[in-house]
Design a protein around this ligand. Structure first.
Ligand SMILES: O=C(O)[C@@H](CO)OP(=O)(O)O
Length: 210
């Protein structure tokens, strides 16, 4: 059995954003964190520190809610200034024409069922935006070519990103089908710790919730 101890990948969704609080479709728009979001990011950092994790590199999106979450986490783990790569490939799914709309207003206009399909289905894109499949088509190659090599080299890597960009990644890591991913939700500010085998398969997965 090969040791997995240092091949560690931590995924964390940003803390609550201003638009999560206002119940608005966000996508590539760039609101900041709420006070609660800041507290969630700090708590995530405390849990990662308590788990004894020390990072070698960080990845995040070009959106400020994910970057701020990462900064707060690294501050709590005592790793301010850690090498960080910011890439659009890790951005939230582009919500297209829904961006900036209130989710309840959208349900009233298009119906509960249609809005659920746009938000959670695998391959139905919202008008003018990306499906989860489209999102995965940019997230997964970025993971394979840029993130995964750092993990397989024995690193401990943190990725601070978004609900749907991380759902796309988790779908592939966990081997979920397009039907299974529909019911998967990702809490804000809750780190998920994967340990990988040398062949890149998942050895273990731990959710660091309170
Ligand atoms: O608005 C968004 O960009 C996302 C994440 O907050 O929303 P949803 O959970 O509806 O995919």
């Amino acid at each position: 059995m090969s040791s997995t101890s240092n091949r560690t990948l931590v995924l964390v969704r940003h803390g609550q954003s201003e638009w999560n609080l206002k119940n608005l479709f966000t996508g590539w728009r760039d609101p900041g964190l709420t006070e609660q979001g800041v507290a969630e990011a700090n708590a995530a950092g405390d849990r990662l520190k308590a788990a004894g994790l020390h990072f070698d590199i960080a990845f995040t999106s070009v959106l400020s809610r994910a970057q701020r979450t990462l900064d707060l986490i690294l501050d709590r783990t005592g790793q301010t200034g850690l090498e960080t790569i910011r890439d659009q490939a890790l951005n939230e799914r582009d919500y297209g024409d829904l961006s900036g709309l209130n989710k309840d207003d959208a349900r009233a206009k298009w119906g509960e069922e249609q809005v659920h399909v746009w938000r959670r289905s695998y391959d139905v894109p919202p008008p003018g935006g990306e499906s989860l499949k489209d999102t995965g088509a940019r997230v997964w190659p970025y993971y394979i070519h840029t993130i995964q090599p750092r993990v397989l080299a024995g690193g401990t890597v943190i990725v601070a990103a978004h609900g749907n960009s991380l759902r796309a990644l988790i779908m592939a890591l966990d081997g979920l089908t397009g039907e299974e991913i529909v019911s998967r939700e990702l809490a804000t500010g809750v780190p998920i710790v994967y340990r990988l085998n040398a062949d890149s398969t998942v050895a273990s997965k731990d959710v660091l919730d309170a």
